[in-house]
Design a protein around this ligand. Structure first.
Ligand code: NAD
Ligand code: UD1
Length: 345
């Protein structure tokens, strides 16, 4: 399928992989990003992998005049919206900033889309909208409830999309609820490049493996899970990116013309514990990965994994990479780019 797709936040970790897969599928991606959490080098590498020119338009999704210029210069068919802030702890400390960037950004982008009669959106949501689920696996009809401002911004944006689609059947919107995206493109040219001490498990272990950190702190060994550590549904970022292509194709072809906003889980459907992940990293790297079990992290839940059947039936999408491939590809990226995009190997 062809078409021009505006990828807001397309220079970030997930967005860069989405842009590569869109180009591979025949779309023309256009990146909009304010570089708040990414470096221009990412877009250069994306273009090299894609073997195509990919415009990087630097600006903010809250800037209506900037967006008007983007929509006037490019004949956009659909928007994939990944731009925003994503650190849970920071969102508790600075809630107004999170509501401004995430909710204000989504409203600003949707308003610009309406002005330019573009009415198709794929939105980056999160499994965090399920809060502490009553059971696993999680289906899309589970109760939602956020436990922090970041999660609330995701829920609010989903509700805004639902209201918009209800107000005008010409709109079509899908919210992809990501479980735990990890890994990197197999070329090792693009990947996750967190600032400071990583909050999340994979980037932290990657820095232990490469020797930047001494050991992993395992947050809690007394959960009601098989080995007592937290269980999550890790999903390879390339699988995740391919689901965006499927969602874009389904929205553009009319296959998803349901007249309602659609939330769709993106996960493998399998849960792995923190210790399972440590063992997989040892296999992938042949390095020891020292760890110590410490107190639980406040706000963490015991287990969270997806029922991914809706994505299979509506989008004909299934995850293909297993945990070993996720560790292998994350490690290849980290070991070849020990300081992320700052020092190319
Ligand atoms: P990221 O920080 O790497 O990418 C986000 C990109 O958006 C960055 O390049 C940043 O510079 C840009 N950006 C931020 N604010 C902007 C603004 N106001 N205007 C324009 N650009 C802006 O994050 P990511 O991991 O790629 O996540 C992408 C999206 O997926 C986010 O919305 C995030 O909440 C969501 N998500 C991520 C995860 C995860 O584990 N990484 C899980 C669930 C959902
Ligand atoms: C985190 C976010 C969640 C977001 C998700 C996206 C928090 C509290 N939650 O979820 O909102 O949607 O990322 O991927 O930040 N762990 C350790 N040691 C570490 C880091 C993590 O033991 O140094 C454990 C955690 O306790 C958890 C598992 O590893 O059991 C995964 O943690 P993480 O990668 O931070 O993801 P989530 O907590 O699932």
């Amino acid at each position: 399928m062809t078409g021009t797709i505006l990828v807001a936040g397309g220079n970030g970790y997930i967005g860069s992989h989405v842009v590569v897969e869109l180009a591979a599928a025949g779309f023309r991606p256009v990146i909009v990003d304010n570089l708040a959490n990414s470096k221009p080098e990412a877009a250069r590498r994306v273009a090299a992998i894609a073997g195509a020119k990919v415009p990087l338009l630097v600006g903010d999704v809250r800037d209506g005049a900037f967006l008007d210029a983007v929509f006037e210069a490019h004949d956009i068919d659909l928007v994939i919206h990944l731009a925003g802030l994503k650190a849970v702890g920071e969102s508790v400390a600075e809630p107004l900033r999170y509501y401004d960037v995430n909710v204000g950004g989504a409203v600003g982008l949707l308003a610009a889309m309406r002005r330019h009669r573009v009415r198709r959106m794929v939105f980056s949501s999160s499994a965090t909208v399920y809060g502490d689920p009553v059971s696993v696996p999680i289906t899309e009809d589970f109760a939602t409830g956020a436990t922090n401002p970041y999660g609330r911004t995701k829920l609010m944006i989903e509700e805004i999309l639902a209201d918009l689609v209800a107000s005008d059947p010409a709109w079509r919107a899908v919210s992809l609820r990501y479980f735990n995206p990890v890994g990197a493109h197999e070329s090792a040219q693009i990947g996750e490049d967190p600032n400071g001490i990583p909050n999340n498990l994979f980037p932290f272990i990657a820095q232990v493996a490469v020797g930047r950190r001494e050991k992993l702190s395992v947050f809690g060994g007394d959960y009601g899970t098989p080995d007592g550590t937290g269980v999550r549904d890790y999903i390879h970022v390339v699988d995740l990116a391919r689901a965006h292509v499927k969602a874009a194709e389904a929205l553009l072809s009319g296959a998803l013309a349901t007249g309602a906003h659609l939330p769709i889980n993106l996960g493998t459907g399998r849960g792995f514990s923190v210790l399972d992940v440590v063992h997989a990293w040892r296999r992938a790297t042949n390095r020891p990965i020292p760890y110590e079990v410490v107190e639980r992290r406040p706000g963490d839940i015991a287990a969270c994994y997806a029922d991914p059947r809706l994505a299979a039936s509506l989008l004909d999408w299934r995850a293909g990479f297993d945990l070993d491939a996720m560790c292998r590809d994350h490690w290849r990226w980290q070991s070849r780019n020990p300081n992320g995009y700052e020092e190319a190997a």
